[in-house]
Write a protein that binds this ligand. Structure first.
Ligand code: OGA
Ligand code: MN
Length: 292
């Protein structure tokens, strides 16, 4: 039986899980320790793994039912992603690699702004698991924000202002701001398509409250004028995205990083377009969003 141990990053969130080979069958006891560490640290990194898609899917499924991959952006053809019939609906390819003029995966090499994955859906994923197959020597780091800490540290006036409020999460664009297939541009944020969620979210497992923000563009807080909504959104985004709530992952091949998509936002630095970066991602079906 393997000895696992948990090493916190020392930052605002995140921990390394040492001593597990995720290709091997895992006892309920080991899984229990991982689940507990996840509740405490919100982001877990398993370094030095050697995963193929079926083993990534199998480990992911310990955390719940696998969720389907997001709708791709216009012009992207999944047929070039080198996935199989068994994996194509469940594994998203995040890659800058272009093969025969076609992108192998989504999201290219540019910066991704702070976001929550697929929160424009009524049931946003509980978790995302991102596995590094190829990484650039430099750039393309992924930042994570502790939204529990961001909520707790809200100044009293902002805490009062967000209480009981709901917000639209824009479904028309991806985390790089690109329009998805089948969507039109919307200019009036009150008409933004997408799910409506409470701004303060209650975590069903840890019982903690967090700020639940999806993406800044297209967001609109119900019951406010556009100007008031913009002002409040700007204030809470400025608060929540402060560096002391963040921790950055510098990728190495074989890193699997999973985040709790209920209480963590993430972003990615840009990297040189001549460099290869190839990641495979799974996501876990979420539960109804509870208002905090
Ligand atoms: C994602 C994502 C960040 C990255 O896969 O949801 O935001 O570092 N990726 O590629
Ligand atoms: Mn993402």
């Amino acid at each position: 039986m393997s000895e696992i141990w948990i090493q916190p990053t020392g930052g605002a969130l995140g921990a390394d899980v040492h001593g597990v080979d995720l290709r091997q069958p895992m006892s309920d006891a080991t899984f229990g320790r991982i689940a507990e560490a996840w509740g405490e640290h919100l982001v877990l990194r398993f370094a030095g793994q050697k995963l193929d898609d079926p083993s990534l899917m199998k480990f992911s499924a310990r955390f719940g039912e696998l969720d389907r991959v997001p709708v791709p952006t216009a012009g992207f053809d999944r047929a070039f992603s080198e996935l199989t019939e068994e994996t194509v609906e469940w594994v998203a390819v995040i890659s800058s690699v272009v093969k025969n003029g076609k992108p192998l995966g989504g999201l290219g090499n540019y910066e991704l702004v702070w976001h929550t994955d697929m929160s424009y859906n009524p049931l946003p994923p509980r978790a995302s698991l991102l596995y590094a197959l190829e990484v650039p020597p430099d750039g393309g780091n992924t930042g994570f924000l502790n939204m529990d800490a961001a909520y707790e540290a809200l100044p009293e006036d902002l805490k009062r202002a967000v209480e009981g409020k709901t917000c639209i999460h824009d479904s028309s664009r991806n985390s790089a701001g690109e329009l998805r297939q089948g969507f039109q541009r919307t200019l009036d944020v009150r008409q933004t398509p997408g799910a409506v969620h409470p701004l303060v979210r209650l975590h069903p497992v840890t019982g903690r409250k967090s700020l639940f923000l999806g993406r800044r563009p297209g967001a609109y807080i119900h019951g406010l004028s556009i100007e008031e909504s913009e002002r409040l959104l700007n204030a809470i985004w400025a608060h929540a995205t402060q560096e002391h709530f963040a921790w950055y992952q510098k990728w190495r091949i074989g890193d699997l990083v999973m985040w709790d998509n209920r209480c963590v936002m993430h972003r990615r630095d840009a990297f040189d377009e001549s460099l290869r970066r190839l990641m495979h991602r799974t996501q876990i079906v979420g539960e109804p969003v509870l208002a905090g």
